[in-house]
Design a protein around this ligand. Structure first.
Ligand SMILES: Cc1cc2nc3c(=O)[nH]c(=O)nc-3n(C[C@H](O)[C@H](O)[C@H](O)COP(=O)(O)OP(=O)(O)OC[C@H]3O[C@@H](n4cnc5c(N)ncnc54)[C@H](O)[C@@H]3O)c2cc1C
Length: 373
């Protein structure tokens, strides 16, 4: 595209806002549409953990993508904060995986061996070393594994900052509207039909999270196979000594914020598009948190959040140009790692749309693997 392209981004979650920011920063004229406000889909519920080596234990595309995106995070946060004027809470405390029985410990030993062969710095801990690392762990803990490069970020603040930074680069964020249909029109342009009228662009980025398959696309018979996977997450008001880093146990994780909030997550439920917090979800998370850190029972109850992760059949995101209409680009299906993958997704989409550059990473995540999309 020779002149500055006009791009319509559908969805103002962390993915849509990161993409909009990157496109606007590189000179595109961008309009972001969302039926809610910025970051109010799955993103508002996210724990913001940045942990490739916990999320993907096997070598494969997910590990490649998540480690690559983690490598972009320091500079991404610096740029977004400086362009938006918003200080995004972001820490690289590392994670501590906890084993509560011998079989879990054997699993951690295997993981440590595998990660060391990839050059990742890890530390295996016996029971007493694990409790030295985190004195609030339950007495029945058998051991643990630390991975230093991991961290966490405030997903809502990152999204707000990306939206603000995109605006400062000229993007219009957010035009409130429900997108119904995407239609190719003469000359390669695309018309986006919404409940508030239609608009036209050179290209469209579909970043509508778990709702992406609900947008009709003329000329594309199959829908992107993204489904909602419900996640519930608790905000606790911690009392006393703060936890030192992200704790990961087989039944839950705990994320310690500097403001005294501890996030406890998360359920993984197939519940359709139902965005309700449930008694069972809250009970299970509270039980799991108290099991690994008994002191959690003294915390105040802050809030319960719920979000619908965009899941795909192979747990990989869908990123890249449509094989049917090259001016339609997918940026969806990020499942459990949308925050972690936001910087890389933004880069891949902007490279493809603005520089016609097809990164080799797109091979594994392209929409074509699911048919004629
Ligand atoms: C409990 C929980 C914990 C999580 N923890 C982590 C974590 O620790 N680390 C991590 O990396 N990820 C985590 N995730 C996953 C992460 O939150 C998601 O992958 C990410 O938020 C997806 O972002 P998105 O922008 O694709 O979608 P969303 O945030 O869902 O945004 C999609 C947007 O599209 C809009 N939209 C949809 N359809 C239309 C339409 N037709 N017209 C207009 N607008 C539309 C919606 O209103 C919404 O705002 C977690 C998720 C949950 C639920």
């Amino acid at each position: 595209m020779a002149r500055s392209p006009e791009v319509v981004v559908i969805g103002a979650g962390v993915v849509g806002c990161a993409v909009a920011y990157e496109l606007a920063r590189r000179g595109a004229s961008v309009e972001v549409l969302d039926e809610r406000s910025v970051g109010m889909g799955a993103t508002q519920a996210s724990a913001g953990i940045l942990a490739p080596y916990v999320e993907s234990r096997d070598d494969g595309p997910l590990l490649e993508l998540t480690t690559r995106s983690l490598g972009l995070f320091d500079s991404f946060i610096e740029r977004v904060s400086s362009d938006s004027g918003i200080a995004v809470p972001y820490r690289r405390t590392g994670t501590l995986d906890v084993a509560t029985d011998e079989s879990e410990m054997r699993h951690l030993v295997e993981i440590a061996g595998h990660l060391s062969s990839r050059g990742v710095v890890t530390k295996l801990l016996d029971a007493s070393a694990a409790r030295l690392e985190e004195p609030q762990l339950t007495g029945t803990v058998v051991g643990g594994l630390t991975i230093e490069t991991h961290g966490f970020v405030s997903a809502p603040e990152l999204t707000r900052a990306a939206a603000t930074a995109a605006r400062r680069h000229g993007a219009q964020v957010v035009q409130p509207s429900h997108v119904k249909r995407i239609c190719p029109i003469d000359g390669g342009d695309i018309r986006v039909e919404t409940d508030r009228g239609a608009l036209r662009g050179d290209a469209v980025v579909l970043a509508a999270g778990c709702w992406s398959g609900r947008v009709e696309i003329d000329g594309v018979d199959e829908r992107v196979p993204v489904r909602p996977v419900r996640g519930q997450l608790l905000h606790l008001a911690w009392k006393g000594e703060p936890l030192r880093r992200v704790l990961w146990s087989p039944r839950c994780y705990l994320v310690p914020w500097h403001d005294g909030t501890v996030l406890v997550g998360a359920t993984v439920e197939e519940a359709g598009f139902d965005e309700s917090v449930t008694v069972a979800g809250v009970r299970d998370l509270l039980d799991a948190a108290c099991e690994v850190v008994p002191h959690a029972a003294n915390a105040g109850f802050g809030a319960a959040r719920v979000g619908l992760r965009p899941g795909t059949p192979d747990d990989l995101p869908v990123i890249g140009r449509s094989s049917v209409n090259p001016n339609l680009v997918y940026a969806t299906g990020h499942f459990r790692n949308g925050v972690l993958l936001a910087p890389l997704t933004a880069q891949l989409v902007a490279d493809a749309l603005l520089d016609d550059k097809n990164d080799p990473a797109l091979e594994a995540v392209g929409p074509g693997r699911f048919g004629k999309l």
